[in-house]
Design a protein around this ligand. Structure first.
Ligand code: NAD
Length: 257
């Protein structure tokens, strides 16, 4: 499948799953726009290396997606958006009674409001191009819950709902909207949870990974960023043209339990 000539905007793509998706799309010939809020030299260097390695055009655009206007501006600055990947995300773990309201607002802004703004800004571009793909990186937590992750689970369930609405609103056009629902992927977002888990359970790293972090993932194996990227590429193929409004799980059996 060649995505040559298509432009993909991947939010939160200087790291983890977003970078994995950007890399797989670039390998398939798409031009890519990387994004995060950090705007460091190495963010721009990442775009340069993707461009060099895959012979595509790549740019890094900084935007803090907790700000709705900045999310819309990201799409405007991209200039084209055939493939929109809403991926940026953060986590905070606390019982609901102790959940800091500002953390709640930040998580909902980045993970639920931003996909609304980017989608609203990108759909007119897809419509004028006559083709488009909206790919939302949800989670197994978009389909099921865990304690202490109220904002995250709420945002992910919300984005799954929005995916269905966008699919219906574009159903008669060559545009699809789907959500990918990974289980655990070993990225900085998960890495940050390991030391506390080891301490809390008095376990070494390998035991904490297997017995606590991967306890809900029956395969006891992390999903990889390349696998999630491959699913995004598949969603851009002609084989996936009638796949819309749905979720694709890559969770080692988590949601089969
Ligand atoms: P990560 O920490 O490696 O990447 C998160 C990305 O979001 C980074 O690029 C970061 O810069 C960006 N980001 C954070 N706040 C931002 C803001 N205000 N504005 C712009 N960008 C911002 O984490 P990841 O694990 O790769 O997570 C990516 C997505 O995948 C998230 O939506 C996450 O919920 C989802 N997800 C992760 C897992 C997992 O196990 N890692 C599982 C399922 C779903």
């Amino acid at each position: 499948m060649s995505l040559s000539g298509k432009t993909a905007v991947i939010t939160g793509s200087n790291s983890g799953i977003g970078l994995g998706i950007a890399t797989e799309l670039a390998k398939s010939g798409a031009n890519v726009i990387l994004n995060s809020f950090t705007n460091r030299d190495e963010d721009h260097a990442l775009a340069e290396s993707l461009s060099r390695d895959h012979g595509i055009t790549a740019r890094y655009i900084a935007a803090d997606l907790s700000d709705g206007a900045a999310a819309r501006q990201l799409i405007a600055d991209a200039g084209a958006c055939d493939i929109l990947v809403n991926n940026a995300g953060i986590q905070h773990v606390a019982p609901i009674t102790e959940f800091p309201p500002e953390k709640w607002d930040q998580i909902i802004s980045i993970m639920l409001n931003a996909p609304f703004h980017t989608t609203a800004a990108a759909l007119p571009m897809m419509r004028s191009a006559g083709w488009g793909r909206v790919i939302n990186v949800a989670s197994a937590h978009g389909l099921t819950a865990s304690p202490f992750k109220s904002a995250y689970v709420t945002a992910k369930h919300g984005v799954v709902g929005m995916t269905k609405v966008v699919a219906l609103e574009t159903a008669e056009e060559a545009i699809t909207a789907n959500a990918i629902c990974p289980g655990y992927v070993l990225t900085p977002l998960v890495e940050a949870q390991i030391p506390e888990t080891m301490k809390e359970y008095g376990m070494d790293r390998e035991t904490a990974l297997r017995e606590v972090i991967l306890a809900r993932q029956p395969s006891r194996t992390f999903t990889t960023i390349e696998q999630v990227g491959g699913i995004a590429v598949f969603l851009c193929t002609e084989s996936a043209a009638q796949i819309t409004g749905t979720t694709i799980s890559s969770d080692g059996g988590w949601t089969a339990l």
